[in-house]
Design a protein around this ligand. Structure first.
Ligand code: ADP
Length: 597
């Protein structure tokens, strides 16, 4: 995200910042020092040349040695000044140590001024009139000439000029001449004036530098602002492109959508219609646009009801989902649609329009009705006669109706077994149907699990014996109570036991255990010695009509519905079901039920 631009907003930012705020004083000082050092060569050269001229003129006086000493002083000072200038230019601390460099410069300026002060003090009394005029003129020139050189820092100038003026004033004052004594009074005044000018110039320079820095900063700020603006423009452009793309996507979605899509305005008038809506209702878009949607699309009998929902939707700005309603097509045919009405709300929380989507569910409803019809046919028309067929065959096979021939008995036994399988399948399908349509009601009660498991073992023993498999409880079954539906737990047990018996090797035993899984749940486990569950079948085993693709399984028959029903039943009772490999071969199927306190 780009940071907000307020900080550089021209309206309240940089342009109104005072110069002292925007210019960093250290950078201003560094600039001033740089400027003063920049002028040093001019000062050094000027001072040196004038010194040479002065030495030449004064050499004719009485104290040649002193002139020579002074000239030596000048040479030394010049060399020291050049050294200082050279060090400054090579220094890496010009800016960071500006104050220190200024102090060095001040010392050099004082030394320079004092050298001239020395000349005044020493040579003025010892020379003749013209030379005195020359010297006075020279010193005045030096004081005045120092202003442009040193005025960037007035204290430096003040030191320099003091070095010249004070010894000279002393000499003038003590010379014994009235005129000179008067001049001696004027010189400090001139000095003060010059320092004043230097101070003023110092200020001018200072604000000049501040201005320069402020301007530099302003330019930087504007550059940054421009860059940010440019970046924001790029982002805006990108956002615009994205909005356009999603707009196009939306139009495409609506156009290609297999469901009918309308847009209604807040008064419920149709604004747009997609091709699927045209096909579904038989109207061309231009026939319905502008018409009241509810009057046009919904059957007269339910219009009032839909209007009521519409009013609520507009008031609450909340979508209506899954509204099933009868509609009348343009050709008069009735269809049932499932509608969702979604209000489009703007940032002020007012509804702009409402997207109305309708899916024709007439055929789906018809299919549901047929399925129900089929289920009830299964239940009544098939199960009832099948039960009586099985009953009759059982009577015949048991010999109650008299002896029958062995060949006939074989056939009637096959008939009974297959009729029973058919009945099992029908019962399983009815169970699945009941569970999935939510029509299964459970009778949850406190059950003594140990007793229930023992009962299930007894009930399934005969079946297991067919496979020469024993059903046994491993050790004492714990006396523990669970909350569950008795009939359904027995059904689950029967399924797990019969599977275990079917898949175990002949001559082995299927063991059943009861464990307390944790304080809230009790686990029943059925351990078999079968072939185990193939790896690629494990995640499908609880699905409907799931059977492992094994020749063995085929021989065993079954519907592939048993475990699917078990899973749904156990989950309806608030439990869990699963399986694991049994050490040494075989499988353990287990289920957990809530403990009853
Ligand atoms: P059905 O036994 O009626 O075919 P189930 O849903 O009870 O249906 O079982 C589905 C499949 O799971 C069985 O066909 C079999 O392949 C596998 N299966 C179930 N129990 C066991 C078991 N104890 N050992 C090995 N395979 C089993």
């Amino acid at each position: 995200m780009t940071p907000p631009i307020n900080s550089t907003d021209p309206a309240k930012g940089s342009t109104s910042i005072s110069l002292s705020q925007s210019a960093d004083p250290r950078r201003v000082l560094a600039d001033r020092v740089e400027q003063m050092y920049g002028q040093m060569p001019l000062g050094i050269a000027g001072s040196f040349i004038i010194s040479v001229i002065a030495a030449y003129e004064l050499r004719e006086g009485r104290y040649v040695e002193i002139v020579a000493f002074w000239a030596g002083l000048v040479v030394l000072l010049t060399a020291a000044s050049i050294g200082l200038y050279w060090s400054f230019n090579r220094s890496a601390t010009k800016a960071s140590e500006a104050a220190q460099w200024l102090r060095w410069l001040a010392i050099s300026a004082l030394a320079n001024g004092a050298t001239w002060g020395f000349a005044g003090a020493v040579f003025f009394p010892s020379h003749a009139d013209e030379q005195q005029v020359f010297l006075a003129f020279l010193l005045a020139g030096m004081v005045a000439g120092g202003v442009p050189i040193y005025a960037v820092s007035w204290p430096v100038y003040a030191l320099y000029a003091a070095g010249i003026v004070f010894p000279f004033t002393y000499v003038l004052g003590t010379f014994g001449n009235r005129l000179f004594a008067e001049i001696a009074l004027l010189v400090p005044a001139f000095y003060a004036m010059n320092v004043g000018v230097a101070w003023r110039l110092n200020q001018v320079f200072d604000s000049g530098y501040r201005l320069r820095h402020a301007y530099g900063k302003l330019t930087e700020d504007y550059t940054a602002l421009n860059q940010r603006l440019e970046q924001q423009l790029v982002e805006l452009d990108e956002a615009r492109r994205q909005v356009e793309a999603s707009g196009r996507k939306l139009v495409l979605f609506a156009e290609r959508s297999p469901i009918a899509v309308f847009e209604f305005d807040v008064e419920g008038r149709i604004l747009t219609v997609n091709p699927s809506a045209e096909t579904l209702f038989g109207y061309a878009a231009n026939e319905v646009i502008g018409r009241i949607g509810i009057d046009t699309l919904f059957a007269a009998a339910i219009q009032e009801d839909v209007r009521e929902r519409w009013r609520k939707l507009i008031d609450a700005r909340a979508p209506v989902i899954g509204l099933r309603a009868l509609s009348t097509r343009r050709d008069g045919a009735d269809i049932t649609c499932e509608w969702s009405l979604t209000p489009l709300v703007n940032t002020e929380n007012s509804v702009i329009s409402v997207i109305v989507q309708g899916r024709d569910i007439t055929q789906q409803l018809e299919a549901e009705r047929m399925k129900q019809e089929f289920t009830s046919t299964l239940s009544h028309e098939l199960r009832t006669p099948l039960t009586s067929i099985i009953g009759s065959l059982q009577l015949i096979n048991s010999g109650v109706m008299g002896d029958i021939e062995k060949d006939t008995l074989e056939l009637t036994t096959i008939a009974e077994r297959n009729a029973q399988r058919l009945l099992d399948l029908i019962n399983d399908i009815l169970d699945v149907e009941k569970i999935e349509s939510g029509k299964l009601t459970l009778m949850i009660e406190a059950l003594e699990l140990g007793e229930l498991v023992t009962e299930s073992l007894t009930l399934n023993r005969a079946f297991a014996e067919r496979f020469k498999v024993k059903l046994v409880a491993a050790g004492e079954l714990r006396a523990v109570k669970v909350s569950a539906d008795r009939k359904r737990v027995l059904q689950v047990m029967t399924n797990l036991l019969s599977n275990a018996a079917k898949f175990s090797e002949a001559g082995t035993a299927v063991e059943v255990t009861i464990e307390i899984a944790d304080s809230d749940t009790v686990r029943v486990a059925v351990h078999d010695t079968g072939p185990g569950i193939p790896e690629n079948f494990r995640n499908r085993i609880f699905g409907r009509f799931a059977q492992a693709d094994m020749s063995h399984t085929r021989q065993m028959g079954g519907t592939g519905l048993g475990l699917a029903i078990c899973k749904r039943l156990i989950e309806l009772m608030g439990g869990k079901i699963g399986f694991s490999d049994r050490a040494g071969g075989g499988t353990t199927f287990w289920f957990e039920l809530p403990h009853h306190d």
